[in-house]
Design a protein. Structure first.
Length: 320
């Protein structure tokens, strides 16, 4: 779905309802190819948290094109994947007379600057900072003849890069729809290519302020998604609480004398179930059991002895 939130400026009375509409109508991936350096909309921040935590949404946003050491909002929000832009191999021509722009070649980060101080251009480049997560190649259309008159001219820089990253996330989910949003993020980061290692200044965790965790590698990410499983089958033998989101690719069995309390969201893969054995207890205390898969999970199986009294010792118990 495509939701328009403004022409020049994004305001809370439009942006917040659009975000709520998207997540409540099944959007798994949300791309925000817009941003601002010095403002934030608090109500929008609240819904970003809601979309990520309660609706399993992946949220991408452009890092900004000001060529400065500050990531734009909402990309710098802690639940948003901030995307920067890199140059392409074909972008080696350093001057385009049609636009008066040149490409700076000192490193892989996308940057342009005005040549001859043209009236309508200022220096632009992919923003960088600790909050940057990943980068993707950016197809800037300054190389095309008369591109300044073309509508697509305005969709360049990190806005295009963020859309690119969102498309790769869609490929990942098409390969494995059961994945949770944080699992997709882990895949994107772990399979990204470390580019410009000479200038990137990657830290011990593999992060660079210029390139995040690297340039997205769609092929390797999809391969990793195919093999990505949730937690294996587990047998609960002592009182246990699930208070953070998690995904299981195997059954959960609650044994006699044990209680499993769910206060968050538990995702079960297709064809998996929660088994409550006689003497076991499942408490759903404000939590939810659901699936992110396209096929349904198999529900809760409460075991018991039909020949015995309906007492906890002989029957499994579910408390909602």
């Amino acid at each position: 779905m495509t939701l328009k939130v403004g022409n020049e400026a994004v305001t809370s009375d439009v942006a917040v309802p659009a975000l709520v509409y998207a997540m409540r109508n099944g959007a798994r991936i949300i791309n925000l190819s817009w941003g601002a350096q010095y403002i934030e909309i608090e109500s929008f921040n609240d819904e970003l948290d809601n979309a990520y935590e309660n609706f399993n949404c992946l949220i991408f946003a452009s890092a900004g094109n000001e060529d400065t050491a500050q990531i734009a909002w909402p990309a710098r929000h802690h639940k948003v994947i901030s995307i920067g832009a890199t140059k392409l191999n074909c972008e080696l021509d350093n001057f385009n007379p049609a636009t008066g722009l040149a490409v700076i070649e000192d490193r892989a980060r996308w940057r342009i600057f005005p040549v001859g101080n043209p009236e309508y251009f200022v220096q632009r480049g992919s923003n960088y900072a600790n909050e940057l997560d990943l980068v993707t190649p950016m197809y800037h259309y300054f190389c095309a003849p008369n591109s300044y008159e073309d509508y697509i001219h305005n969709f360049v820089g990190t806005s295009g890069a963020s859309a690119f990253a969102s498309g790769v996330a869609a490929l990942i989910l098409s390969a494995n729809p059961c994945l949770l949003n944080y699992e997709v993020v882990e895949i994107l980061k772990s399979t990204a290519d470390k580019i410009d290692t000479e200038n990137g200044n990657y830290d011990i965790n593999g992060h660079s302020i210029y390139y995040g965790y690297g340039r997205i590698n769609a092929y390797q990410a999809v391969l990793a998604a195919l093999d990505k499983l949730g937690e294996p089958a587990e047998t609960i033998t002592t009182n246990t609480t699930f208070d953070t989101r998690r995904r299981y690719s195997g059954n959960i069995t609650i044994e006699d004398g044990a209680t499993l309390t769910i206060t968050s969201i538990l995702y079960m893969d297709a064809d998996k179930k929660v088994i409550v054995k006689p003497g076991g207890k499942l408490i759903i205390d404000g939590g939810t059991i659901t699936t992110a898969c396209l096929e349904p999970w198999q529900g809760i199986e409460v075991q018991g002895n039909p020949h015995q009294a309906q007492l906890p010792a002989y029957q499994g118990i579910v408390q909602v």
